[in-house]
Design a protein. Sequence first.
Length: 119
Amino acid sequence: MYKTFITLLILCAFSSGCASKRIIVDTKGINMAQYNQDLSECTIYAEQVDVGRQAAGRAVAGAAVGAAIGAAVGNSDTAQRGAGVGAIAGGTRGAGTAQREKQVVVRNCLRNRGYAVLN
């Protein structure tokens, strides 16, 4: 189970890094110093999205589903492996979802401050 936990942490770290995408804003006529300050403030707001909590919640749900499927098709060993796979898949998905939510927060914040967000 320890190996499963370590694998989950590694996958969550990779999925979090891959989920971040640069936000593109039309900068024509924009004061870049003000934009950088606004972007920094919007990023701070986005940090309120709890990545760890969402990853953990999805990992627990994934483990339960994986264990149930494993138990249905095999024995307790299969159930344990199913729980591990489910936890990894659920945790990765939860971390990715949280990262996307952070992007939405930053985009909305910039739009509300009058920027033309292009992506």
